[in-house]
Design a protein around this ligand. Structure first.
Ligand code: HAM
Length: 420
């Protein structure tokens, strides 16, 4: 029986990997240039980290985690996102005692048991960044401007940014009471998820996508009108910071995000090209996360974006990079001696970062020439036993068809010095 990839996962083949590498390298450069250091944490963590970090009332924890018991009887979970693991690492490595803030970025795979559809997978990739230990809205602004820089370099600088503030542990409880009051006579007609969340996390009722729930939320009071002084001031400074950098945004009072750890700033970059979800990138502030997982009271803010969705966005705008690699030189050989000679030069050139190609299938000269053409090699060096014996080889300039005879000894030097 043929075995295929598990549902919701996919192979990324060499052609596509070029785009991935391009995106990942660009992201790495943008992050390094803003003083962020790369971090890698394990693919699986103790389940309790996500229960406490992401939140027991979230869809992720309740329905979507890949949880298993290992042979030692421990409950482990494949990470559904990266922030909780990074917060754990921050606490575990005593990063709070280092000069603050700690600025980190990451490239990870994440796992959620979701309904698979366009732009929604069970294994997906995220690029993200986190700032730990900075309470100031300047950190929130820095992250958004880093993203703006990254998107501009990809030529998608016009992605829509939507922002909101969802308050903190001081103002949220009172607002939750206001919400419950508002929904009290509507909840019976809302979906089962909303009924469950009414008690545990009423904020999420606002962004339910079910039609009857959207209708019920028509006149809902928004938290932006009920923020405490500190949150209101933080949000206002955040917006001023964006304005000063001429960063366009829309205030979307319905953004509440699907993870429990958020406080104050939340934001999303939206596009209609990336499937029903529409979110290319999401993030926000999580001032209570580190203390919720056993650390001190340390603020945090960050984002992550789905690489698969980013690629969909680039694809739909015809912006996939032309990153085809073309061999500088293709050695066409006849016989063992010339093959061995060419292999030696080829190895030396590869060491000097020149892309060379050689046959691996004992092909005829004609077939090797065909392969060189197919690979669009710039130059072909033809070597036979006879040429070797008189210290000569023929270089063929593929674009013009021009042929030159050169001495074998000079090939390496000529190619390196581009004097072919
Ligand atoms: P999130 O909104 O759950 O936030 O995910 C961030 C991004 O990951 C989404 O905007 C989307 O592009 C991508 N994504 C999520 N689920 C899937 C899926 N099933 N298939 C494909 N792509 C997906 C977080 O994960 C937070 N950790 C973001 C954050 C970092 N907040 C603060 N710091």
């Amino acid at each position: 029986m043929k075995i295929s990839v598990p549902k919701g996962t996919k192979d990324i083949l060499p052609e596509e990997m070029k785009t991935w590498r391009y995106i990942e390298e660009l992201f790495t450069d943008v992050c390094l240039n803003s003083g962020y250091g790369e971090i890698r944490t394990p693919v699986f963590e103790y389940t309790g980290l996500f229960d406490r970090g992401v939140g027991e009332t979230t869809d992720i924890v309740q329905k979507e985690m890949y949880t298993f018991v290992d042979k030692g009887g421990r409950s482990l979970t494949l990470r559904p996102e990266g922030t909780a693991g990074i917060a754990r690492s921050y606490v575990e490595h005593g990063m709070a005692s280092l000069p603050q803030p700690i600025k980190l970025f990451y490239k990870i795979t994440a796992y959620r048991y979701e309904n698979v559809q366009k732009g929604r997978y069970r294994e997906f990739n995220q690029l993200g960044a986190e700032v730990l230990g900075a309470e100031s809205p300047n950190a929130d602004v820095e992250l958004i401007s880093l993203l703006g820089n990254f998107f501009s370099k990809l030529d998608i600088g016009d992605l829509s940014l939507e922002i909101n503030s969802i308050g903190c542990s001081k103002c949220r409880p009172a607002y939750n009471d206001i919400l419950k009051e508002y929904y009290r006579d509507k909840i019976a007609g809302m979906c089962d998820d909303c009924k469950r969340r009414y008690e545990t996390n009423p904020l999420r009722l606002i962004d339910c996508k079910e039609e009857k729930c959207i209708a019920a939320s028509e006149g809902v009071p928004y938290i932006t009108d009920h923020l405490c002084e500190e949150c209101a001031e933080h949000f206002s400074s955040f917006r001023t910071g964006l304005d000063r950098l001429d960063i366009d945004y829309t205030l979307n009072k319905r953004i509440v995000r699907g993870l429990d750890y958020y406080t104050k700033t939340v934001f999303e970059f939206i596009s209609e090209n990336v499937g029903t979800q529409g979110t290319v990138c999401g993030g926000g502030r999580y001032d209570g996360l580190i203390s919720a997982i056993g650390g001190n009271d340390v603020p945090g803010v960050g984002f992550s974006m789905g690489v698969e969705r980013l690629i969909m966005e680039l694809e739909s705008r015809n912006l996939l990079p032309g990153t085809e690699r073309i061999p500088e030189i293709y050695f066409v050989t006849v016989g063992e001696k010339s093959y061995a000679y060419a292999r030696k030069i080829s190895c030396a050139l590869r060491k000097a970062d020149v892309y060379t190609e050689m046959d691996l299938l004992d092909r005829s000269v004609k077939a090797q020439m065909k392969d060189a053409n197919r690979k669009k090699a710039k130059y072909v060096v033809v070597m036979g036993e006879e040429e070797i014996s008189i210290n000569k080889a023929e270089i063929l300039v593929m674009e013009t068809g021009e042929r030159k005879e050169v001495s074998l000894d000079s090939i390496y030097k000529r190619i390196i010095e581009k004097k072919v």
